[in-house]
Design a protein around this ligand. Structure first.
Ligand code: FAD
Length: 444
């Protein structure tokens, strides 16, 4: 018998196990809890939700709603269990967390082809060993992967800076909510083709912005988070603590950018970088922050050109182990350095419970195909929510690789039409993607 071995019984690992079992594989799942807990997990249950009990919206015209519908077409255990354990929360899919984990544990443990090993994994087999045995491994050890396993993963990455222990996410703005009559496009020192949008600020505007950031409410650090790690990706508020002008010499430096309104460098300047080819998403360069989310929206909307900004993602800084997947993985989520070991879940560079489970779903199917000696498992097309997340993971976007949640900026845009509301355009984006997914799922 050939086995799929899975490291980590979280959201991704549980979903991967279910998908591999469905294909007829034998699955051995290694979970270090309850013997060894992560700093966030509290139980020994499979698929424990470490924080909120919500798997976000079920609205069919939203990215999280679309993602769950797609996963259901592939018989997702995580979505099924969530619906069974649902508690009232409007359009959100909130769950009774014990019931949710209980359903998942029971479903897997009742399967005669499933084995649970309650132990930490700290080393992984070589490709030669796996080719000999016919087995495959999936690593889905999550954002709080144990130290020894992190070291082992480094070997599969090749280089040290392909493994990150912290996430420093800058806000991402919807392209068409930016007021283009206020911002201007240009690259610093005229290098490139004016790829960035720029928000020039005068002295008063800069000082007002700094005051807002100083006064804003911030998220506390978890007690297992250590500020010393943040040195290479400091939140803007920490930079301000080092002096009012730090931002002006850091992410808000105006040098090399002639403001068309004055023909000179502004006092300070914020750059927005295109995150996708169509300009649907722009990230605020260097604007990682731990300000609370409502504060971020309020304060960033005081900036010229961002008065009506809508955000796909807000900034955050937190402990999160993830790999530079576009560099180290192939299209089927296996490592370039070992095609019999796949990566799944948050550690691939997605963000969120459902997104992590979605990557587990794809890895489980891909590993099963390898173990059963079948043709490579088909992957969903990029125009679907799951396919676009996969594409983010294996191909990356512009700029440094950073974790991504399900959002409509990843899908092809629908051009603005007179008389068609934004909500209708979003709904159309989702229904197009879902049709594509239906086509895909009917062929596999
Ligand atoms: P996990 O669910 O963490 O599963 C990984 C599993 O691997 C764990 O059970 C762990 O014990 C096990 N493991 C680790 N190392 C080893 C090893 N060497 N051997 C064996 N087992 C091992 N997302 C949301 O959508 N909403 C939230 O509210 C939310 N809150 C979060 C709060 C915190 C503190 C953190 C860290 C993350 C949060 N996330 C949240 C992000 C993310 O969605 C979750 O972390 C999600 O659980 C990731 O799923 P996963 O399967 O990749 O990892």
């Amino acid at each position: 018998d050939n086995w799929v071995h899975i490291v980590g019984g979280g959201l991704a690992g549980s979903e991967a196990a279910w998908q591999a079992l469905r294909q007829g594989c034998k699955v051995r799942l290694y979970e270090m809890r309850p013997k060894k807990l992560t700093p966030a997990h509290k139980t020994g249950l499979l698929a424990e939700l470490v924080c909120s009990n919500s798997l976000k919206s079920l609205n069919e015209g939203s990215a999280p709603g679309l993602l769950k519908r797609e996963m259901e077409l592939l018989d997702s255990l995580v979505v099924k269990a969530a619906k069974e354990a649902r508690v009232p929360a409007g359009q959100a899919l909130a769950v009774d967390r014990e019931q949710f984990s209980g359903i998942i544990s029971k479903t897997l443990q009742n399967n005669p082809n499933f084995e649970l090993v309650e132990d930490e994994v700290s080393s992984l087999p070589t490709e030669d060993e796996l080719l000999k045995s016919g087995d495959c491994w999936i690593v889905s050890s999550g954002p709080l992967t144990s130290n020894d396993l992190s070291k082992e993963l480094l070997k599969l990455c090749g280089e040290e800076d392909e493994l990150h222990f912290y996430d420093a996410i800058a806000p991402v703005i919807e392209g068409d909510s930016i007021n283009r009559s206020v911002v201007y496009s240009a690259s610093r020192w005229q290098e490139g083709e004016g790829d960035y949008l720029n928000i020039p600020l005068n002295k008063d505007q800069y000082n007002a912005f700094v005051d807002e950031v100083i006064a804003a409410e911030k998220m506390p650090l978890h007690d297992f988070e250590d500020v010393k790690y943040f040195e290479s990706c400091l939140p803007i508020e920490v930079m301000i603590e080092r002096g009012r002008d730090t931002l002006r010499f850091g992410p808000m430096k105006p040098s090399g950018l002639n403001d068309p309104a004055t023909g000179r460098w502004a006092y300070a300047n914020i750059q927005l970088r295109m995150e996708d080819r169509e300009g649907a998403m722009y990230s605020m360069v260097g604007f990682q922050t731990k300000m609370k989310w409502p504060e971020q929206k309020r304060i960033f909307r005081t900036l010229p050109g961002l008065e009506n900004a809508e955000f796909f993602k807000l900034g955050s800084v937190h402990r999160n182990t993830y790999l530079n997947s576009p560099k180290v993985l192939t299209d089927d989520l296996s490592f370039k350095r070992n095609r019999r070991i796949l990566l799944a879940g948050q550690i691939t560079g997605v963000e969120g419970y459902t997104e992590s489970a979605a990557m587990g779903l794809l890895a489980g199917r891909a590993a099963a195909a390898k173990v059963l000696g079948k043709a490579a498992a088909a992957m969903p097309p990029q125009e679907t929510m799951m396919g676009s997340l996969l594409s983010h993971v294996v191909s990356g976007g512009r700029g440094d690789y950073s974790p991504m949640n399900a959002n409509l900026g990843l899908l092809p845009t629908i051009p603005k039409k007179r008389g068609v509301s934004k909500a209708d355009r979003k709904a159309e984006q989702c229904s197009r993607a879902f049709e594509k997914f239906q086509d895909f799922s009917s062929t596999i």
